[in-house]
Design a protein around this ligand. Structure first.
Ligand code: NAP
Length: 279
């Protein structure tokens, strides 16, 4: 060991990146556990991605989170890609190994499930169909995770149908693709309903999907977390469903990276939520 061990650095790369809540989250955990380290937002243009990511380990970086638009392209740069990142086709967590290799993983799916398990402990995903609205990058992680926990049937719908069809061919026969205009009809007997589209975010239109046929015992989750309570969740709650917001997924997907970089598994609890919300 060198006489002056480097303080570990980590960060989140994206373009743009100023909006990211990850620095507030990781720096909160560093302070809470009294650990040495820093976590910074780094804006990297797509053309500079490979060069910058290969330079950062030499500056003392031990890893990175990866967000839009680099989540897919980073797989080409990594030396080792986990099976789940390869299946999803995107990575959100990099580990810079001591042997110089870049290890890429995707923790969105495990973060998604951990959020639901924590906030809806009675949820039984195997007991009936799931409806997934949207077929973008986040939907790929959500569908992979739902298949892994044993959901018997996934009803998938997206405005642009070919993206949903592509997901079906990647994830198999449990996935049934429907037209976007039919979304409201898919709710009958659904146990799990997930919005993975960006609709409902502050500044965007609300999701144009009727919940009148929602089963009151369903669990409804929105990946959007600005606002925390989307119109979609408000309507689902009015139908009697259990609702879970998207912030917990953001917190849970971050925990494995923090553990690998800084050596301690952080807790995701109400104090963590409040630290991020008040930042
Ligand atoms: P993405 O790859 O760009 O996908 C966007 C999705 O939204 C696509 O399904 C797209 O449909 C749909 N969409 C956008 N505008 C629409 C419109 N006007 N009408 C109908 N559908 C529309 O983005 P992403 O990475 O999957 O992220 C999706 C959302 O999840 C974002 O709000 C993101 O912040 C959130 N997210 C949250 C977490 C978390 O930790 N909570 C993690 C990841 C993502 P088309 O294919 O037709 O364009």
């Amino acid at each position: 060991m060198s006489e002056h061990p480097r303080i570990p650095l980590a960060g989140v790369i994206g373009h743009p990146i100023a909006h990211s809540r990850s620095p507030a989250l990781h720096n909160y955990w560093l302070r809470r556990y009294g650990l040495k380290g820093h976590y910074v937002p780094i804006d990297i243009a797509p053309m500079e991605l490979a060069e910058m990511v290969q330079t950062l380990p030499r500056l003392g970086f031990v890893g990175l989170n990866v967000t839009i638009p680099h989540k897919e392209a980073i797989l080409q740069i990594a030396d080792i890609v986990t099976d789940r990142a390869a299946l999803i086709g995107a990575a959100n967590t990099l580990i810079f190994r001591k042997d110089g290799k870049i290890h890429a993983d995707n923790t969105d799916g495990s973060g998604f499930i951990a959020n639901l398990r924590q906030n809806a402990p009675k949820w039984e995903p195997t007991s009936g169909p799931a409806v997934v609205l949207g077929a973008g990058g986040a939907a790929r992680a959500v569908v992979a995770a739902l298949v892994e926990v044993g959901v018997p049937e996934i009803r998938l719908t997206n405005r642009t149908r070919p993206r949903a069809d592509a997901l079906r061919s990647d994830f198999g026969a449990k996935i049934h693709v429907y037209e976007w205009v039919q979304a409201g009809n898919l709710m009958d007997d659904a146990v799990t309903v997930i919005n993975t589209t960006s609709l409902g975010m502050t500044g965007k239109l609300d999701l144009p999907v009727s919940l009148h046929r929602l089963n009151p015992g369903a669990l409804v989750n929105d990946l959007v977390y600005t606002p925390l309570k989307t119109q979609f969740l408000i309507e689902a709650e009015a139908q009697g469903a259990k609702v879970v917001d998207g912030l917990g997924m953001l917190l849970h997907q971050a925990a494995p990276g923090f553990e690998r970089w800084f050596g301690l598994r952080p807790e995701v609890d109400e104090a963590t939520r409040q630290a991020v919300l008040s930042a």
